[in-house]
Design a protein around this ligand. Structure first.
Ligand code: HEM
Length: 238
């Protein structure tokens, strides 16, 4: 069953790539706009698969009764590799076509280059984590691979910043994609707070529930501020 799910994820990913190419090629757009659309679609798919990879552990650890635990925990590797595939396609089109490669970099402001640097760093992290998840490498480095896998969270944080600061879908934060994005991040962090609460309880830390409630209050305030307060329309750098 685990193998079937892996195959479904990989085949699904490849079919999605083909569907995106087909859709964009047939769209009535000039060549430059087609490149922009491909860059955006691959970026959003990379974000989606990376999110699913990161969601599975906190989801299963906070809701123990959910079915399919073994299978979905196992599927994280296939989801992560699919995220890497989309990230490579996105980075390729963004760097070599939208930004005109190395020669184009020199015309960009320092802030923008720093945000691209975060994208590049997360691409390297995803690549290294994918290598570490291969059977022979895993056996060679022993239990350290579990620690190295946690670096995916760092890649996730970098991508949050990267996309919010330069993504064309994040120019206006009140639109559907940024709102969905805030909610998805809130959900992930909410599940993480449950994991932290359970960890505190197993260590018999005093006031575990109060600490949890405080964390929840901070999280809810941040979510409200970002999604509903309309304090800012955009975080974009230029
Ligand atoms: C060398 C590596 C990378 C480069 C040069 C790069 C470049 C870019 C550029 C130029 C944009 C703005 C495009 C636009 O929205 O019009 C962008 C947006 C974005 N990038 Fe990257 N990126 C890189 C790595 C990554 C990685 C590894 C991921 C995800 C795993 C990622 C996810 C995103 C997302 C989600 C957006 C927002 C897309 C949108 O709003 O439509 N990027 N990137």
């Amino acid at each position: 069953m685990k193998r079937v799910i892996d195959v479904l994820i990989y085949v699904g990913g490849i079919l999605l790539v083909a569907a995106i190419f087909g859709y964009v090629q047939n769209a009535d757009l000039i060549a430059q706009l087609k490149i922009i659309k491909l860059t955006e679609w691959f970026a959003l798919m990379a974000l989606l698969f990376l999110y699913l990879t990161l969601l599975i552990s906190p989801l299963y650890e906070s809701t123990l009764q959910l079915p399919g635990r073994e299978i979905f925990l196992h599927s994280r590797k296939a989801l992560g590799i699919t995220a890497l595939m989309f990230a490579c396609l996105h980075a390729y089109y963004a760097f070599f076509y939208s930004l005109q490669g190395f020669s184009g970099l020199s015309y960009l402001p320092v802030n923008y280059r720093a945000v691209l640097g975060l994208g590049f760093a997360s691409l390297i992290i995803l690549f290294l984590v994918a290598i570490v998840s291969l059977g022979p490498v895993k056996r060679y480095i022993g239990n350290n691979w579990k620690v190295l896998q946690k670096f995916t969270y760092i890649a996730g944080v970098f991508i949050l910043i990267h996309s919010a600061l330069i993504g064309s879908h994040f120019v206006n934060l009140n639109r559907a994609i940024p709102q969905l994005y805030f909610f998805a991040v809130f959900l992930l962090l909410f599940l993480e707070t449950i994991r932290i609460r359970e960890w505190l309880l197993t260590r018999r830390v005093k006031f575990s529930y109060i600490i949890w409630l405080l964390l929840l209050a901070v999280l809810l305030s941040a979510y409200y501020y970002l999604a509903f307060s309309h304090a800012h329309e955009s975080f974009h750098v230029h």
